[in-house]
Design a protein around this ligand. Structure first.
Ligand SMILES: [Zn+2]
Length: 206
């Protein structure tokens, strides 16, 4: 007899934070929307509109760092231009991760600049975001800015010495080269390498 296997597929998991070490995790609950209507704004060129942003992206992860459960916040200014709008401003978010040297938990908050152009019939293969002329979606803009600025190789502090500085002293390339050479020389001398005995016989004083 085998134990019945619980069906986990239907269990609600929207609030579970996910398992450390997983690749980028999509939010389980329906993704938040950051749609902004710009129909009115676009009636006059140069007109501006300020949007306060506060959005939870769900867990986003790169190699050794991830977003926290804190919302991404910021303020973006949308400005009407020919055939579209620009979106500029700053967002901030917090991240957590493991120090790449000592593997301790670390984390910080980051501020990221946003500078995006939305255009009706935007040319393909360009950085410009295509939109219908009436609504822009700020979510991918915010999400990408966050994911691309997550640190790939975090440090708990700039001079973190690593897990055990006595056992693994930080050596420069030259130092480690020298250490290797000295070790090799010692080895050869101990084993009586003929090249060294030949050197011993040289008279440097003459
Ligand atoms: Zn560290």
């Amino acid at each position: 007899m085998t134990e019945p296997v619980a069906d986990l597929s239907s269990s609600p998991s929207s609030s579970s934070p996910g398992v450390d070490g997983e690749p980028i995790v999509e939010p389980v609950d329906s993704p938040p929307k950051l749609m902004v209507s710009v129909t009115e704004l676009r009636k006059r060129l140069g007109q501006r509109q300020v949007e306060d942003i506060e959005v939870r992206l769900g867990r986003r992860q790169v190699v050794a760092s991830r977003t926290t459960d804190e919302p991404v916040v910021g303020q973006l200014t949308i400005e009407s231009i020919e055939r579209g709008v620009t979106v500029r401003g700053q967002i901030s978010f917090s991240w957590s991760g493991e120090c790449r040297r000592c593997l301790d938990d670390t984390g910080s908050s980051l501020e990221v600049d946003i500078d995006e152009i939305f255009q009706v019939n935007a040319p393909e293969d360009s950085e410009i975001v295509d939109f219908d002329g009436d609504q822009i979606d700020l979510l991918p803009v915010v999400r990408d800015a966050v994911v691309f600025s997550l640190p790939l190789a975090p440090l708990c502090r700039p001079d973190c010495p690593g897990p055990d500085p006595d056992r693994y002293p930080a050596m420069s390339v030259e130092q480690s080269e020298e250490a290797r050479r000295a070790e090799r020389k010692e080895e050869l001398e101990r084993d009586g390498d003929p090249r060294w005995s030949a050197l011993d016989q040289l008279d440097f004083d003459s």
